[in-house]
Design a protein around this ligand. Structure first.
Ligand code: 5GP
Length: 172
């Protein structure tokens, strides 16, 4: 197996998390393995579109991949966070999840017209999370070049809902 395939093979399935009936893909074994984490960051780096100047990383697992990718590429990183965490907020959006809803906040004085960003998260499921993040970026006047995720769960149709070009290292 290539280092990337070995890394993706470390993703663990957890039944009934966070609720009964849900099969959760757990990336923590991949993160905990140095060679695997490096292989994944290298593969994400190969998918960075041209002329991107920042990574937008989504709380919480998107922070791990997004920050490592940004540092490896010399890009800035902008954390989009859950409510109540940021001391200065530029904008917020509330969106639907598979179960319930969530709110994201964009930090003040980070994105502005002329910036071109790549959105990074661990998993694409229904696409609502990526769509909400892209909306915040665009409302700040910045451009979304695309999104990268480690894993796409294709049966949920998230690619269409995301509203941005998505690259996934693995599709299930
Ligand atoms: P969506 O908005 O596309 O339905 O859900 C994607 C968001 O939920 C991502 O931020 C992702 O972290 C989380 N998510 C949904 N399903 C899974 C899963 O099976 N494993 C992991 N690690 N995250 C998931």
């Amino acid at each position: 197996a290539t280092p990337l395939n070995r890394a993706l093979g470390l993703i663990r399935e957890v039944t009934d998390f966070p609720e009964p009936g849900v099969l959760f893909r757990d990336l923590t074994p991949l993160l905990a393995d140095g060679a695997a984490f490096r292989a994944v960051i290298d593969a994400l780096a190969a998918a960075v579109p041209p002329d991107v100047d920042a990574v937008v990383a989504l709380e919480a697992r998107g922070f791990l991949f997004g920050a490592a990718l940004a540092a490896s590429h010399g890009l800035g990183v902008v954390p989009i966070r859950k409510p109540g965490k940021l001391p200065a907020v530029a904008d917020q959006v509330t969106f639907d999840l598979e179960y319930g809803s969530a709110t994201f906040e964009l930090p003040a004085d980070t994105l502005h017209p002329g910036r071109r960003v790549l959105v990074v998260d661990d998993v694409l499921a229904t696409g609502g999370t990526l769509a909400a993040a892209a909306g915040l970026v665009r409302r700040a006047g910045a451009e979304v070049a695309g999104a990268v995720v480690v894993l796409e769960l294709a049966a949920l149709g998230g690619r269409a809902r995301a509203g941005v070009p998505v690259e996934a290292l693995a599709v299930l």
